[in-house]
Design a protein around this ligand. Structure first.
Ligand code: PLP
Length: 478
């Protein structure tokens, strides 16, 4: 394919994408295909002879679209949002064209330098303490990880390196293995599964602590667990506080947890994967009170800030522990400017990294802070609209508090009837949501996900749920 043909192909694809997104409301949100649907639709082996790009374009509707769940449909309410916007799509095209692997500064200076500045822009937008920002002139700074799961693991490894260094200073004869066998990390039982997984991957014990009635981890619970473990001779070293839990979007008490971590000299990581985007609006920043105690902070612009996957932004007050923990420095990766600017390969698990800061740059410039704030506020307003519908019908109840763009709800009554309602909603396929369970309580989660969602979509979804609830209740009365 030469450049002329590339331009024709790409223009045709851009037209297709524009049309797909403009008309996405008309598609059934949930695919109806069965496992194995795709194999019979394409040949058994790769083609021997080159094909025309037009043939590929024709196959998108025939082969791919039937098996797509339309995450950007205004009637997609499952999980949490994943972002999509035109500036981010265009930025990814440029990133793919430059196609550099920005593991060190010299590997493509713009890739590193734009990332450093974008993380400062974004850090300022959410009012992070200046110790997290590279522009403050201290040690701190930000990095783009692929996912929040990676950020939690990277922070855990940094915390592990820090405690090993500290214990060895006090007790030079103790072995690394002895220390590691005594390490304990903590998070709430509502923390995302990736947090517990970070413990497994990092080879340390993770304790999931109970929450209060509002599904928040409180400082006193953490303090008690730490004392209990210290009394057993164990070494508490890492705490993850969640701002915006996955099940109900509750917020751990960061101020209380932070004070405990400060007193106990424990690394505090804040996982705000979904809700962190809302902190660009000053009225939601009360939820991050206590952030000054954190050592690392992470949220996913690729969830709620219109930057396409993957873009998980992480800030560290002192990246040295992480940089040193992962520092393997073969000659072929060295360069003369080492030390003057970050070499991001030391801040992450893989070596390779894409030019992801372009997406942040394009999105922040094309929208401006005011339109990004409007996006967040609009989505939260839609969540409240939906919550009002739920409250207007005495057969339903809300679970947890509606603070962000997530409403958790259930039919008053058994879990069984709610499971049936859930099954019928997804079987109908007009809207899509997922359930969750806390202890013995089964409920449904309605997340505002698409940037195309408008009030009539909320009303549509509510009427669908209400209608199916009436049917389910009637079937139980028979
Ligand atoms: N933390 C929280 C609170 C989440 O809600 C999620 C995913 O929804 C994650 C972490 C994991 O995110 P990622 O897929 O970026 O690893």
């Amino acid at each position: 394919m030469d450049a002329t043909e590339f331009k024709e192909f790409a223009k045709s694809m851009i037209d297709y994408i524009g049309h797909y997104l403009e008309t996405i409301r008309e598609r059934r949100v949930l695919s109806t295909v069965q496992p194995g649907y795709l194999r019979p639709l394409i040949p058994d082996s790769a083609p021997e002879k080159p094909e025309k790009w037009q043939n590929i374009m024709e196959d998108i509707e025939r082969v791919i679209m039937p098996g797509v769940t339309h995450w950007h449909s205004p009637r997609f309410h499952a999980y949490f949002p994943t972002a999509n916007s035109y500036p981010a799509l265009v930025a990814d095209m440029l990133s793919d064209a430059i196609a550099c692997i920005g593991f060190s500064w010299i590997a493509s200076p713009a890739c590193t330098e734009l990332e450093v500045v974008m993380l400062d822009w974004l850090g300022k937008m959410i009012a992070l303490p200046k110790e997290f920002l590279a522009c403050s002139g201290g040690k701190g700074g930000g990095v783009i990880q692929g996912t929040a799961s990676e950020a939690t693991l990277v922070a855990l490894l940094g915390a592990k390196a820090r405690i090993i260094e500290k214990i060895k200073k006090e007790n030079p004869e103790i072995s690394d293995n002895d220390i590691v066998s005594k390490l304990v990390a903590y998070a709430s039982e509502q923390a995302h599964s990736s947090v517990e997984r970070a413990g497994l991957l990092g080879g340390v014990c993770f304790r999931c602590l109970p929450t209060d009635n509002e599904y928040k981890l409180r400082g006193s619970t953490l303090e008690e667990a730490i004392q209990e473990d210290r009394n057993k001779g164990l070494l508490p070293f890492y705490v993850v506080a969640t701002l915006g839990t996955t099940s109900v979007c509750s917020f751990d008490s960061l101020e209380e947890i932070g004070l405990v971590c400060q007193k106990e000299d424990i690394w505090l990581h804040v996982d705000a994967a979904y809700a962190g985007s809302a902190f660009i609006c000053p009225e939601y920043r009360y939820l991050m009170n206590g952030i000054q105690y954190a050592d690392s902070f992470n949220f996913n612009p690729h969830k709620w800030l219109l930057v396409t996957f993957d873009c998980s932004t992480m800030w560290l007050k002192n990246p040295e522990y992480i940089v040193n923990a992962f520092n393997v420095d073969p000659l072929y990766l060295k360069h003369d400017q080492q030390g003057a600017v970050p070499d991001y390969r030391h801040w992450q698990i893989p070596l390779g990294r894409r030019f992801r800061s372009l997406k942040l740059w394009f999105v922040m410039r094309i929208y401006g802070i005011e339109n990004l704030q409007a996006h967040i506020r609009n989505q939260i307003a839609h969540a409240h609209e939906f919550a009002d519908y739920i409250r207007s019908d005495s057969r339903f109840e809300i679970v947890g508090e509606v603070i962000m763009g997530l409403v958790c709800f259930r039919l008053k009554g058994s879990n069984e009837i709610n499971e049936k309602l859930y099954k019928n909603i997804n079987a109908n396929g007009k809207i899509h949501l997922v359930p969750s369970r806390i202890k013995d309580l089964y409920f449904l989660r309605f997340a505002i996900c698409s940037r195309f969602t408008q009030s009539p979509d909320i009303s549509f979804s509510w009427h669908e749920i209400k209608h199916l609830a009436t049917e389910v209740i009637a079937s139980y009365k028979k």
